[in-house]
Ligand binder design. Structure first.
Ligand code: F58
Length: 815
């Protein structure tokens, strides 16, 4: 049992302070105090951490190019169940725990939902006693820090490792592996076996940095292993960037150093589309090769038979970025373990499973053959052979040449990572019901018809420990007061709240908690941005990556509409509203940046217009990330989930808001469909095109944004605002947005849904006027959010994918 008494903690803390900094507690900075505290916690858990890793059941490895972990201190204290002891102990030493919690950096090693999902999954695996570990990259620079200058997004490097290291990590040089790039590959005959010789390659050292992942009150600790790229010492071989022309010069050594270190230097920001980019491919292979080698090393150390790999190990790939796991595992099984192709292929397919996170064609990864061939010659050979055999199978089965072409892994000199992932794995899943249906029936239909048993849905979830217990303590404590603490371990118990849906006292208390959270957030906004927001206004929030399909534009066009209505009629019937945005745009995504500029300009105009008497406020928080989300979500009343139907695979912010009592305004897209199903028509506000309508428009056309603009004076009014000077300093940006809507016919159906969205917002306004009704809806949302805990999602993955057919699955089902 991991535990510590207050007395022991204080002694330990003091002596750590001396050993690390040779000074007294009184003179220490918050940074030093935080470092000491983390170091003490790491010591407390160290024995148990090693113990957990010696588990003998199936090991799950979750490969992800992104992990958006958020701050760890509070969540670790919560999960270890020592928060009160530590808080009191620190208090007696004159230290406020809250100050140290705020001092911790928030590593931005991800862009958004995909990276955050990976973090929630790690939390859930540890909390459910599953031996599940993450593999990722230790980027020196995470996602850029966002600043606004004159309303424009400016990107500043995110130098999160200011102290040179991260407080929760432990470097493990003895577990470092070498990853090989480029060079020449020869196949030679060695006693009738094919032997592979790889010469003149560039070696890159993968240095593991381990972060403990602590389960919730269960003494279970897994590992997130992040690899940093480094030079390989001379003993390992050549040190020049181009080993072929090895001259050993100083310049070559520098080139080599640059080549290696560049790989884990920076996280790629999400972009509107994916062009083949060499460095990204290097990152992907580096992650995959380091991870797979690590798995095999550990596996063999345990004296298990390689032929049984899939019985003891499951490898999950989070989207296609780690798809090279498939040929890399094949390479090791064939070239290093000496298995036959058939054996290796069977093991690989049975070990690997794949999650798809997007249906957007432009976001699907494809790599040029030439690039792959040069960078990863042996891997390319294996992909080519996988494809050759696959095409043989397909031509045996089908005569439709076009279909075979669509399913081919290599096509027109490009390698499709999605196709490779499907062919080389035993399970393909989408992340919400609608998304999976679209994969099966549209995007991946050829594959689905070929191997329907591979496809399954796993609706996303969120770690309720971080997204409710920890970020909204007052609500969480009140829930426990009402229904007992079982819900903390099993969120299905939240349902018990429903018996209070007519209870005035409970509803009022919920409203009071929300108001407190709103006041706290208003104080924060005042401190950070010098903006006054009214805690009695409706807090209406859209926080997510900035992308055209997420339609922040729809939100801001509606704000402009309200603004005009207020200007025309000062008595216009609306509850005061504060619209809050948080979003980063990829640096190369021009339209997204124009939308940021638009929102900031609209905010500037409206917030300073006294005529509307503060009925509308618009706040765009800078540098949105996990820590900000933890502050905003508990204070939110209206959750904006307004993507173009079919485009948002799932969304997970929608679940976080719901669990914290916000009411959702949404299209029937992604997991909004399931949220709607849980709460029913009366407890969510749905609007917009349905999936079949969008799919129909996409296939057959029939939508004219220009006709709509010409026929609807309200739509015309807000679209014209973009280019007629109504919003100051919007010349080029306003025109670009206008063109996207009118000239390029509104690809994301913003104008098509605007009228319906306005009506839905009117409904929200009306609902809010009846406070009791609103609070009841809020309670119903919390009560029905249990299914969206990532514990449920992970149990589903475990049961249907990772432990399927295993003896221990029976045990797992009891979880
Ligand atoms: C997100 N994808 C989906 N991608 O958009 C969202 O609907 C879903 O809920 C979430 O995954 C989890 O399943 C996402 O966040 C990225 O950030 C990409 C990362 C790689 C670069 C391009 C963007």
């Amino acid at each position: 049992m991991i535990t510590i008494s207050k007395k022991k903690f204080k002694q330990y803390f003091e002596s750590k302070m001396y050993s690390l900094y040779a000074q007294s507690i009184e003179g220490a900075t918050n940074e030093q105090l935080l470092n000491v505290l983390c170091s003490v916690i790491k010591d407390i858990i160290s024995k148990r951490w090693i113990g957990t890793r010696l588990g003998c059941e199936k090991e799950i490895y979750y490969f992800s190019i992104e992990f958006l972990m958020g701050r760890q201190l509070k969540s670790n204290l919560l999960n270890l169940d020592i928060e009160d002891t530590i808080r009191d102990g620190l208090k007696e030493m004159g230290i406020k725990l809250e100050n140290l919690i705020e001092e911790e950096c928030d590593p931005a090693l991800g862009n958004g939902g995909l990276g955050r999902l990976a973090a929630c999954f790690l939390d859930s695996m540890a909390s459910l006693n599953i031996s599940g570990h993450g593999y990722g990259l230790r980027y020196k620079y995470g996602l850029f820090e966002q600043k606004f200058v004159n309303g424009y997004q400016v990107e500043v490097p995110d130098n999160w490792l200011t102290q040179g290291s991260y407080i929760w990590e432990t470097v493990r040089p003895n577990k470092a592996t070498v990853v090989k790039f480029e060079g020449d590959v020869y196949l030679v005959n060695d006693n009738d076996r094919l032997k592979v010789i790889h010469k003149n390659y560039i070696p890159v050292m993968a240095m593991p940095y381990d972060i403990p992942i602590i389960g919730y009150k269960n003494d279970y600790i897994n590992t997130l292993r992040l690899f940093k790229s480094e030079i390989v010492n001379r003993d390992f071989g050549p040190i020049t960037a181009n080993a072929k022309n090895h001259s050993g010069s100083y310049e070559d050594a520098l080139k080599y150093k640059y080549y290696t270190e560049e790989i884990s230097q920076v996280l790629y920001p999400n972009d509107s589309n994916y062009a083949g980019r060499l460095l990204r491919l290097k990152q992907e292979y580096f992650l995959v090769s380091a991870g797979i080698q690590d798995i095999i090393r550990k596996y063999k150390k345990n004296k298990l038979k390689i032929i049984d790999l899939s019985k003891n190990v499951a490898i999950h790939i989070n989207d296609t970025h780690p798809t090279l796991c498939i040929p890399e595992l094949m390479r090791i099984l064939l070239d290093e373990e000496g298995l036959s192709w058939e054996e290796a292929w069977e093991i690989t397919k049975n070990t690997i499973s794949y999650t798809n996170h997007t249906i957007m064609a432009e976001a699907m990864e494809k790599w040029p053959v030439d690039m792959m061939k040069k960078l990863l010659p042996r891997i390319y050979m294996i992909i080519e052979e996988i494809n050759r055999r696959y095409l043989n199978d397909l031509t045996d089965k089908y005569s439709d040449y076009e279909r075979i072409k669509r399913m081919s892994i290599i096509n027109e000199n490009n390698i499709s990572m999605a196709n490779l992932s499907i062919v080389g794995s035993h399970s393909v899943n989408g992340v919400a019901y609608l998304h999976t249906e679209i994969l099966k029936n549209e995007v991946l239909n050829d594959f689905y018809l070929d191997e329907p048993q591979k496809f399954n849905n796993k609706t996303n979830g969120i770690a309720h420990r971080r997204w409710l217990i920890s970020c909204n303590e007052e609500l969480s404590d009140y829930i426990t007061e009402l229904i007992g603490e079982e819900w903390e371990k099993d969120t299905n118990h939240l349902k018990k709240l429903e018996i209070y849906k007519e209870n005035k006292e409970v509803l009022e208390k919920l409203a009071e908690i929300k108001l407190n959270n709103k006041k706290n957030f208003a104080d924060f906004i005042k401190k950070e941005y010098e903006i006054d927001i009214n805690p009695n206004s409706i807090y209406d929030v859209q926080i997510k990556r900035l992308h055209a399909y997420k339609r922040q534009l729809l939100n801001v066009l509606h704000i402009l509409h309200l603004y005009h209505e207020l200007l025309e009629n000062p008595n216009f019937n609306m509850e005061p509203r504060t619209f809050i945005f948080g979003a980063k745009a990829a640096p190369g995504y021009y339209l997204a940046k124009c939308i940021i500029k638009l929102i900031n300009s609209v905010a500037n105009k409206i917030n300073n217009d006294e005529r509307i008497k503060n009925k509308i406020k618009v706040v765009f928080v800078e540098n949105y990330g996990v820590s900000l989300a933890e502050k905003i979500i508990p204070a939110t009343e209206v959750s904006e989930q307004i993507s173009t139907t079919t485009k948002e695979a799932s969304g997970t912010g929608n679940m976080k808001f719901m669990m914290n009592g916000a009411i959702t305004i949404a299209t029937l897209d992604g997991a909004n469909v399931e949220i709607h199903e849980q709460v029913g028509d009366d407890n969510i506000v749905i609007f917009g095109l349905k999936a079949h309508q969008v799919l129909h428009y996409n296939k057959y056309g029939g939508y004219s944004a220009l006709d709509l603009y010409n026929s609807n004076r309200y739509i015309k009014r807000v679209v014209d605002d973009l280019i007629n000077g109504f919003i100051p300093n919007m010349d080029n940006e306003g025109r670009a947005i206008y063109d996207s809507l009118i000239t390029y016919n509104d690809e994301y159906f913003v104008l098509r849904d605007l009228e319906n969205y306005t009506e839905a917002q009117y409904k929200i306004n009306k609902l809010y006027k009846n406070k009791e009704q609103w609070n009841k809806i809020s309670l119903i949302n919390i009560a029905n959010s249990g299914i969206f805990s990532s514990d449920r999602t992970i149990s589903d993955y475990a049961r249907d994918i990772w432990f399927k057919g295993c003896e221990i699955n029976g045990e797992r089902n009891k979880l």
